[in-house]
Design a protein around this ligand. Sequence first.
Ligand SMILES: Cc1ncc(COP(=O)(O)O)c(C=O)c1O
Length: 395
Amino acid sequence: MSIISNSLKRIKPSPTIAVTQKARELRAAGKDVIGLGAGEPDFDTPDNIKSAAINAIKSGDTKYTAVDGTPALKKAIIKKFKKENNLSYNTNQITVGTGGKQVLYNAFMATLNKGDEVIIPAPYWVSYPDMVLLAGGKPKFVKCDEKDGFKLTPQKLKKAISKKTKWLILNSPSNPTGSGYTKNEILKLSKILLRNNKIFILSDDIYEHVRYDNFKFFTIAQIPKLKNRVLTMNGVSKSYAMTGWRIGYAAGPVEIINAIRKIQSQSTSNPSSISQAASVEALNGTQKFIRTRAKSFKERRDFVVKSLNSIKGINCLKPNGAFYVFPNCKKLLGKKNNFKKDSDFVKKLLEKANVAVVQGSAFGLDGYFRISYATSMKNLKVALKRIKDFCEKLN
Ligand SMILES: Cc1ncc(COP(=O)(O)O)c(C=O)c1O
C-alpha cells in the first residue's frame, strides 16, 4: 500500500512550473534557452514597497499577526475595493493569505463536499482543476471558443449548470488568454446566475491592473443582487511585481471568510508580517508604477501579436489584459509535421529552437500554446525570430 494519500493521486504538479523548471535546467546545462513560460512580471518590486518591508523588520513588526491579516492591511484592502471597484466591505468580510493561491485553495477546502461541481471555463489557469480535485470536488470544464475571445457565453453557462453546481470560476483578464470580460458580458452571465440562487461565483481578479487599450475592468461582485454570492480574490503579486512576497486576499460572504480563517489557523497561520506591511504600502502608496509598467507590457504585447500573426500557420488574438497570448497552432499539427498534439509542437520548439512555451492542452484547450511576454523586449525579439524560423521550416 502506498504511503501517498488517494486525494493526492488525483492531482498533478503544475505544468507551468514544470516548463519554467525545465528551461532553468537547460540553461544551467549551458543551452541558450529563452523561457516564455513563467507567469510573473520581470520588473522589480518598487522601492517604496521594499522600504516599507525594511521598516517593518527594523521596527520589530516580525511577530505572528492575526491569522487572516493585520488590521492595517484589511483597512487598505477595504479602501482599494471602495476606490477602484465601488464595493463596500466590512473587516469581517476580508481575508488575507499566502498568495492568491492559498486563498483559492482554502476557499475550495472550506466549501466543497464530495461530488460538488465547479464550473471551470477552459482554457483555465492550471491550478483550478487540481485544487478542486484535492478538495474532493468535481471540475466541470466548459470549452470556450476562440471566436468568443475564449470567454464563457451565457448559453454555455446555462448548459453547464446542474443540481450539483457549487461554484463558477471567472478569471478576467485571464491566464492563459489575456481576455477580459466586458461589463455587458458579465451582465449577460449574471442573468443566468440570478435564476439559480445556489451557485457561488469565485472571481479571480489577480490581473485587474494589467490591462490595455482603455479596457474597462468590471467585476461580478459589482452586480448588487449577486454580491452576497461572490468571493472576489485579488493580490499584490502581478499588479505590484510582488510574486515572491506571497500576499493574496479575498472579499466575500462572512461565512466563507470565517471558514477560510479556520483552515488557515490550522495550517500556515498568518502570511508573513513583513510582506503584509509591504502590501499596505503597495495598496496605499503611489499607483503610478501600474500605469508605466502597463505601457511597457502593451508595447511587448503589440510586438508579440504582430510577430506571431506574420508566421504562416499561426493565428493570434490581441488580448486586452494580463501578460499572455494564446496563439492557435492547429495548422501546424497533424501527420505532416509529426505533431499529434500541441505538446509535441512545444517539445520540439524547445529542443530545436530553444524557446520554452506552454502547450494549450495544459490549460484545457488543445491546438494552442501560451506565451508569457513578461520578459525583456530583447528576449522577445530573439524568441519570436526563433519561433518564426522554426515554424517556417515546418510549413
Ligand atoms: C489566474 C491566476 N490566479 C491566481 C494566481 C495566484 O497568484 P499568487 O498566488 O501569486 O497571488 C495566479 C498566478 O499565476 C494566476 O495566474
